[in-house]
Design a protein around this ligand. Structure first.
Ligand code: OAD
Length: 253
């Protein structure tokens, strides 16, 4: 039984820890989903300004829509890997838990992560939303043959993801902020992200507080590496199951 300051004794293998996990594209790499800036990443060969900005969509909506439909297809065929499973397991066992993922795929959910414990800060690729009004719908099963129009106002529909130059969803920022300011985390795990965005580093460091552990899982160094208390330079699907097993059996990383 792992019990820390004020945590009631629990009969199951629950660990009395407050845990924040932040993931990026590297966590889905072993499921066959490309990263953006890693080896063979999308942005190594494709120009984000032509595919992932509001201006690109205004200029050539079919090109943008087709690229997202191809990505949706690839994700539908992919399966969660041991990294997704380890994170879902940790979410179920930790006393307090939040996953902030930059991934727009649904592999964390399909691995069994409870939706209320996850914030998809860059949106959800299976959400299609109107480019003008508030209409949105979920399209996990299949896509139509052509670019859809909003049934309410007739404007073009677009993928429900955050593009370069767009604001993050304020409600989602609020959910993360609530968790980060709700108490120091015993453990912050940052896995599979190049951590290029300031808010990712900020959340990781603030959540950790003075005494928490900060574990980074990434085969490459990132700008977050200097702050990590432990680094695993391995694929997430290899390191995360081990880290989570260790946590669940010892109560510490
Ligand atoms: P990146 O492509 O920038 O970074 C992926 C990171 O994963 C790199 O640091 C790799 O070293 C690492 N990596 C690769 N394979 C791995 C593996 N098997 N296990 C662990 N790590 C591995 O992806 P993100 O950091 O997620 O934005 O990119 C952030 C955002 O930039 C994305 O959400 C996307 C992109 O433009 C939007 O879509 C808004």
């Amino acid at each position: 039984m792992i019990g820390k300051g004020g945590c009631p004794e629990q009969a199951s293998a629950k660990i009395c820890m407050r845990v924040l996990v932040i993931t990026g594209a590297g966590v889905s790499a072993e499921s066959g989903i490309s990263t953006f800036r890693g080896k063979d990443g999308y942005w190594r060969n494709l120009d984000p300004t032509k595919l992932a900005t509001p201006e690109a969509f205004a200029r050539d909506p079919n090109l943008v829509w087709n690229w997202y439909c191809e990505r949706r297809q690839r994700i539908r065929k992919a399966q969660p890997n041991p990294a997704h499973q380890a994170i879902a397991n940790l979410a179920l066992q930790a006393d307090e838990f939040l996953l902030v993922t930059q991934n727009v795929d649904d592999l964390h959910l399909r691995a069994g992560l409870p939706p209320e414990k996850m914030v998809q800060i860059h949106g959800d690729i299976f959400m299609t939303r109107c480019s003008r009004c508030e209409f949105r719908r979920y399209e996990q099963e299949q896509d139509g043959a052509s670019l859809p129009k909003c049934p309410d106002c007739g404007a073009l529909m677009r993928p429900g993801v955050v593009w370069f130059g767009e604001q993050l969803d304020l409600r989602k920022i609020g959910e993360v902020e609530n968790f980060v300011t709700g108490g120091d985390c015993d453990l912050v795990i940052v896995a599979g992200t190049s951590a290029l965005f300031g808010y990712i580093i900020d959340w990781a460091l603030r959540a950790r507080g003075q005494a928490g552990q900060l574990i980074e899982v990434n085969p490459e160094e990132t700008s977050l590496s200097q702050f990590a208390t432990r680094s695993f330079r391995e694929p997430a699907g290899v390191a995360l199951p081990r880290v989570v097993d260790e946590l669940l059996s010892n109560g510490s990383a």
